[in-house]
Design a protein around this ligand. Structure first.
Ligand SMILES: NC(=O)c1ccc[n+]([C@@H]2O[C@H](COP(=O)([O-])OP(=O)(O)OC[C@H]3O[C@@H](n4cnc5c(N)ncnc54)[C@H](OP(=O)(O)O)[C@@H]3O)[C@@H](O)[C@H]2O)c1
Length: 229
């Protein structure tokens, strides 16, 4: 059955691959990105998908655009909401970290995903699902090398957001997965990353397929295994 899927940061990297795979399977996709008019790959996809792909302007830290998103989607029943947009920020070591850079990354990686869910929750299907794209770098147990204060803390805090969301939305039948995509060949992951976007998203789609309210609120890797907090 065709599903309605909303994806943030959909113009490149993992977000774009989600769009490709879900469109290929016949679903309806709302691809949110900062500059739809110059999102070349999405525009190409639109030629084939026609009305199954809508592009929506969304900078996830722009409050007015978040409100507009809700109005754009009014009347839709969202089956899957993918909070994918994220940033690493400047690569600052101990001694170089600035409050300004830290706050910028926290707004995008931690605060915005919750605000997106808050805006759209009333449009979600009774058995709707939310994916929060985190990182293994947000695992405190897995931190054996230090550094990356900004990115690590933004994703660790996102994990905490995801756990609360899972509890708070379970009564509505909505489940939440906190997902690590693997180390993936994207602009963020770089060319030496271990896996392709195709492999990562294929795995994450399966994770979302299997997700239920009973398994909600866990920290999943793209291969379906769970990761320690
Ligand atoms: N690649 C990896 O190995 C890896 C590993 C762990 C976790 N992740 C996570 O996976 C997600 C996607 O990463 P990726 O590898 O695909 O990264 P990417 O290639 O750098 O793409 C990042 C995406 O996020 C969007 N974005 C950034 N700030 C935004 C904002 N304020 N509003 C709206 N969109 C914004 C970008 O839009 P623009 O094009 O407009 O900049 C782009 O579409 C991120 O949350 C990342 O932390 C990636």
């Amino acid at each position: 059955m065709s599903k309605t899927i909303v994806i943030t940061g959909a113009n490149r990297g993992l977000g774009l691959e989600f769009c490709k795979q879900y469109l290929a399977d016949g679903h309806k996709v709302y691809a949110c990105c900062r500059s739809p008019e110059s999102a070349g790959e999405l525009l190409k996809l639109k030629q084939e998908a026609e009305d199954r792909l809508e592009t929506v302007p969304l900078d996830v830290i722009n409050t007015a655009q978040l409100t507009n998103l809700k109005y754009t989607l009014q009347g839709q029943r969202i089956d899957l909401l993918i909070n994918n947009a994220g940033m690493y920020g400047e690569r600052l070591s101990f001694g170089e970290v600035t409050e300004q850079e830290w706050m910028k990354v926290l707004r995008v990686n931690t605060v915005a995903p919750l605000l997106v869910v808050q805006e759209l929750v009333d449009l979600m299907a009774d058995d709707g699902k939310v994916l929060l794209m985190t990182s293994k770098m947000g695992s405190i147990e897995d931190n054996t090398s230090g550094g990356s204060y900004i990115y690590r803390s933004s994703k660790a805090a996102l994990n905490a957001v995801g756990k609360s969301l899972a509890h708070d939305l379970s009564g509505r039948g909505i489940s939440v997965a906190i997902c690590h995509p693997g180390w993936v060949q994207t602009d963020m992951g770089g060319p030496n990353a271990l896996i392709t976007t195709e492999t990562s998203i294929h795995g994450l789609r399966e994770v979302m397929e299997q997700l239920t309210v009973d398994t909600s609120g866990q920290f999943f890797s793209y291969d379906g295994s769970t990761i320690s907090w």
